[in-house]
Design a binder for this molecule. Sequence first.
Ligand code: BGC
Length: 347
Amino acid sequence: MRIGVIECGVCGTDHDIAAGKYGKPPAGSDFLILGHENLGTVREVGPGVDGFAPGDLVVATVRRGCGLCRFCAANRSDCCETGLYTERGIIGAHGYIAEEYVERPEYLLHVPPALRPIAVLMEPLSVVEKAIETGQKVLDRREPTPGFPPQRPPTALVTGTGAIGMLASLVLSVRGYEVTAIDRHGDATLAARVLRRIGATHVDSSSGIDAIGTAHYDLIVEASGAITLDFQLVSRLAPNGVLVLTGIPDASAPPISVAGGALLRGMVLANQAIVGSVNANRTHFELGLNDLLRFEERWPGVTAELISQRRPLNEAPQVLGEHVGGAVKIVLTVSTLTPFSDLSPRR
Ligand code: BGC
């Protein structure tokens, strides 16, 4: 299928690639076309493809399987066992910041027209869905004890209020968690405002993790990649709790010192777990699509607020080279044929 690109979101991974710290061009190419958070429209459907028509809105998944392992064979390349996968716009395959791209239908998801203004968030949301599903599966090993209904709602801590942290806060809230999100900013930011609107608690932890008081959490979703903080978070897990790591730390960061004995002892004695989560497969994009609809029902317009700026493609070098304080998600408008003003929600 041939897809015209409407817009692409920019994330920390894109910044790292632009800075030469991550990523790899396709074999035989000396450059990499960036862009993995995407929204496009079908331009042409090849013979033998059912279920898609020109004009349909679509989002493409990112990872392509190694062709060797059982997970990739089942279109679950997010769990690839060989590490020989590619990722469009990141590792070994060109991305979506292009006028158009060609893709197989199994890697494309239909987007309802009503979600046009926010569907570019589906890729980061898929990463969040996988992380929360993973954490929930670990928590579910506790199993409810018959005759003992829960006495309190489950609690979650989210670290970082970029797009991953904010989307995690939204997902956890619709799942019934009491959510606290921390960052290193005061209460005047867009993120803090959105957190208030969804009934979550925002804490400025620039003075350190003790800013959250003495609280412990069933689920901690880490979305900052801050290594020292990641270790400190273990002491904030409730008994049987789970810490899910999604931020990708810098492998060349200097070593840090950790009180390993106390940390591991505490984890064993309280049945706690740390688990990493990366990428997402098609089922997580589908979960994300459902959740975008739920967010709109529950907090109309809130998800769109997470898109802090839409910038024209010719500003890509500045966008990739700068850090806009207080921005949650910056989106590059790729197609001049489908300007955003034509993308108002059709309900
Ligand atoms: C992308 C994932 C990808 C990961 C590691 C993230 O920014 O959203 O799809 O697997 O980077 O490359």
